[in-house]
Write a protein that binds this ligand. Structure first.
Ligand code: ARG
Length: 560
C-alpha cells in the first residue's frame, strides 16, 4: 500500500494539488515524531500564513482512521503516524509474495537504454583503473533491467590505433608465439613496454610501427591476423574477469567497428558547414561554448577517438532508438564527452540531450600508482586474487570446519572488490584497501553477506512460518519493516541519479537494522505468535538483501 499516496489524497492544503502534496511528504529521519511528515514552510507564501498555523489547520482537518491513526502539528510540520501493524503486514506480504522480483518495476517499459561501460583496450592491461567503469556500469545495467528497461550493454573496445602497429613490430622482433600464448595480456604488455624502451634508443622503430599500422588498415593478411590474435588473447583474459564479476555485454562493437561509418558523419558535418580547416586538420570550432575545438580529422587524414564516438552515437541511435545512452567513463574524459555531445547538438540531433556521461573518480591502491608505459601496472585480476586469498584466510580462522571454504572465499573476496568500488559516491576518488573491504564489522559486503548467513541459520533452525500476524510490533521490528518498505523507492532514486552506491549503502543499513533486531528481540525462543512474525521478517530481510546484492553482481553464500 502506498501510504504516502493515501495521506496526500486526504490532506487539504489551500490550492495545492494532490501531486504537489505527495511530493512534499517525506520520511523523517527519526520516527519518534511520526512515520511521515509534511513540511509547511513552502506553503507559507502562497497561503499567506505562518507555517505553524498552516500545520495546525491541516492537522485539524485531517480525518484519521485505522490506517493513519495519529496526526500532530509540531514546529511547522504535520506528522502522521501509520498503523504500524498494518504497515508490517502490507510490507511483508508484498516481499514474501514477490520474492526475487520485489523492488522491480515496469517503469522502463518500452524504453531502451544503451550503457557503454568497461570498454577495455585490446592488448593493454586490464588494470585497477578499469574496476569502477566495469562494476558501476554493470550495476547500472542490472538496475535498468530490474526496473523494466530494455537494456543494451556495450563494450566499446579500444581496438583501433597506432599502438597495434607498435605491438606487431615488437612481436616480430622479440616475440615468441608460445610465450604470448602462455602469458596472455601480460606478455603482450611486456612487448609493448619493450617497444617503448627500444624506440627511445632507435627512432626508426616508430616508423616501422606506423608502417605496420598502415598495413592493418590496408587489410594486409599477416598484420590483420596478428591483430585478431591479440584481440582474441585479450578477450579471453578479460572474459575470465567478467565471469567472476558477473558482468555481461550485448554488443562488443569497438572503435574499429566504425571505420566505415565515419564518412557519412564527416559529409554531414561538411554539408552543415560545421567543419573548418585549421593547420591542415579538420575541426569543429567550439570556442563559442568555451571549449577547445573538436578535432575530426588529423592533418594526415586520420580519424580520432571523438570522430569514432560521434559515428558510434549516430549508429546507436539508428540501431537501438535509445531513450538514453549512458557512458560510464572516468571524469578525466569530461571534456571529450562535452565536446562530442555538443558537436552532435550542433548537427541538429535533438537526441544529443539523451547522451549522458556518467563520470566517476579514480581508484588507486594503497601501495601506490601505476604507469602502463613503464610496465608498472596493478592488474585487476591480481587485486581480485589477493582479496579472495585474504578472504579465505579470514574465513578459515573464524570458522575452520566450514565446508566449501574455497567457493565461499571466492564469493566473499569478489564481493569485497565490487563493493569497495561501489560504496562511495561515484565521483569521489578512492583508495582501495584490502583490510577495509574485508572488515567483517565494517560497512562492507562481507558484513552484509554475514548477516545473510545469520538469517539463513535462523531460518534453518526455525523454518518458515506458515502464517504470521503483526500485533503491537516493537520499535526494532518497525525500523526493519520501514527499511524493507523503502527498497523500491531507493532503487528508483539510484537509477535516477546513476548512483549504485545508494544500493550498497542500503544493504549495510538494512543489515544493521536486522542485527539490532536480532540482538534485541528473541526469535526462536519467543512466543509462537512473535516467533512466526519474526521468522517472516527474517525471510523478508534475506530476500531483500539478496535482491540488492545481486544488482551489484555480488553473490550470497548460504553459510559463512
Ligand atoms: N577505451 C577507452 C579508455 O580506456 C574508454 C572508452 C569509453 N567509451 C567511449 N565510447 N568513449 O579510455
Amino acid at each position: 500500500m502506498d501510504f504516502k499516496g493515501y495521506i496526500a489524497e486526504r490532506v487539504k492544503a489551500g490550492e495545492l494539488t494532490e501531486q504537489e502534496i505527495y511530493d512534499l511528504i517525506a520520511l523523517p529521519p527519526n520516527t519518534e515524531m511520526g512515520d511521515y511528515a509534511l513540511p509547511c514552510f513552502r506553503l507559507a507564501k502562497s497561503m499567506r500564513k505562518a507555517p505553524a498555523l498552516i500545520a495546525e489547520d491541516i492537522k485539524s482537518a485531517y480525518p484519521t482512521d485505522n490506517i493513519v491513526c495519529e496526526v500532530s502539528a509540531v514546529n511547522g510540520y504535520v506528522n502522521f503516524r501509520i498503523n504500524r501493524d498494518l504497515w508490517a503486514e502490507e510490507t511483508l506480504g508484498k516481499i514474501l509474495a514477490e520474492r526475487e522480483k520485489y523492488g522491480s518495476s515496469d517503469e522502463g517499459q518500452g524504453k531502451t537504454v544503451c550503457i557503454d561501460y568497461s570498454s577495455v583496450n585490446i592488448a593493454k592491461p586490464f588494470h585497477i583503473g578499469h574496476l569502477s567503469t566495469t562494476v558501476l556500469g554493470s550495476a547500472l545495467y542490472k538496475l535498468h533491467k530490474f526496473l523494466g528497461y530494455n537494456t543494451i550493454g556495450i563494450n566499446h573496445l579500444g581496438d583501433y590505433g597506432t599502438q597495434f602497429g607498435k605491438l606487431i613490430s615488437a612481436y616480430k622482433r622479440w616475440g615468441k608465439k608460445e610465450d604470448i600464448e602462455k602469458g596472455g595480456l601480460r606478455a603482450l604488455n611486456a612487448l609493448y613496454v619493450r617497444f617503448h624502451e627500444e624506440a627511445e634508443k632507435d627512432e626508426s622503430l616508430n616508423d616501422e610501427a606506423r608502417a605496420f599500422f598502415k598495413k592493418i588498415e590496408d587489410k594486409d593478411e599477416e598484420s590483420v591476423a596478428l591483430f585478431e590474435w591479440f584481440k582474441e588473447l585479450t578477450l579471453k583474459d578479460v572474459g575470465k574477469i567478467y565471469e567472476l564479476l558477473d558482468v555481461h555485454f550485448d554488443s562488443w562493437a569497438g572503435e574499429s567497428f566504425y571505420n566505415d561509418k565515419m564518412q557519412p558523419v564527416i559529409d554531414e558535418l561538411n554539408e552543415k558547414g560545421l567543419l573548418v580547416e585549421s593547420e591542415g586538420a579538420k575541426i569543429v570550432d567550439l570556442e563559442k561554448y568555451g571549449m577547445p575545438p573538436c578535432i575530426i580529422l588529423r592533418s594526415d587524414g586520420a580519424s580520432l577517438y571523438a570522430t569514432r564516438d560521434i559515428a558510434a552515437a549516430v549508429y546507436r541511435k539508428n540501431t537501438y532508438d535509445f531513450y538514453k545512452c549512458l557512458y560510464v567513463v572516468a571524469y578525466q574524459q569530461n571534456l571529450h564527452f562535452k565536446q562530442f555531445f555538443k558537436v552532435l547538438e550542433l548537427m541538429g540531433k535533438e537526441w544529443a540531450k539523451d547522451l549522458i556521461h556518467v563520470a566517476y573518480g579514480m581508484v588507486s591502491l594503497e601501495e601506490g600508482s601505476m604507469s602502463t608505459r613503464k610496465g608498472k601496472v596493478v592488474y585487476l585480476s591480481d587485486v581480485i586474487d589477493k582479496c579472495v586469498e585474504k578472504a579465505l584466510a579470514i574465513i578459515t580462522e573464524k570458522n575452520p570446519s566450514l565446508e566449501n571454504k574455497e567457493e565461499i572465499a571466492k564469493t566473499v573476496g569478489v564481493g569485497a572488490v565490487i563493493f569497495g568500488a561501489l560504496y562511495n559516491n561515484k565521483i569521489k576518488d578512492i583508495t582501495f584497501s584490502y583490510d577495509k573491504v574485508l572488515n567483517f564489522e565494517g560497512e562492507t559486503s562481507c558484513y552484509v553477506q554475514y548477516t545473510c548467513a545469520r538469517c539463513n541459520s535462523v531460518l534453518e533452525k526455525g523454518g518458515d512460518a506458515e502464517s504470521y500476524e503483526a500485533k503491537n510490533i516493537c520499535p526494532q521490528e518497525f525500523e526493519l519493516i520501514k527499511t524493507l518498505s523503502e527498497f523500491p523507492d531507493m532503487l528508483k532514486d539510484a537509477l535516477e541519479k546513476y548512483e549504485p552506491c545508494f544500493i550498497a549503502r542500503y544493504t549495510v543499513d538494512l543489515a544493521q537494522k536486522y542485527n539490532k533486531f536480532y540482538f534485541d528481540c528473541k526469535i526462536l525462543g519467543a512466543e509462537e505468535k512473535d516467533k512466526n512474525f519474526r521468522l517472516a521478517l527474517t525471510r523478508a530481510t534475506l530476500i531483500v538483501l539478496k535482491n540488492a546484492l545481486s544488482l551489484l553482481g555480488i553473490g550470497v553464500p548460504e553459510k559463512m
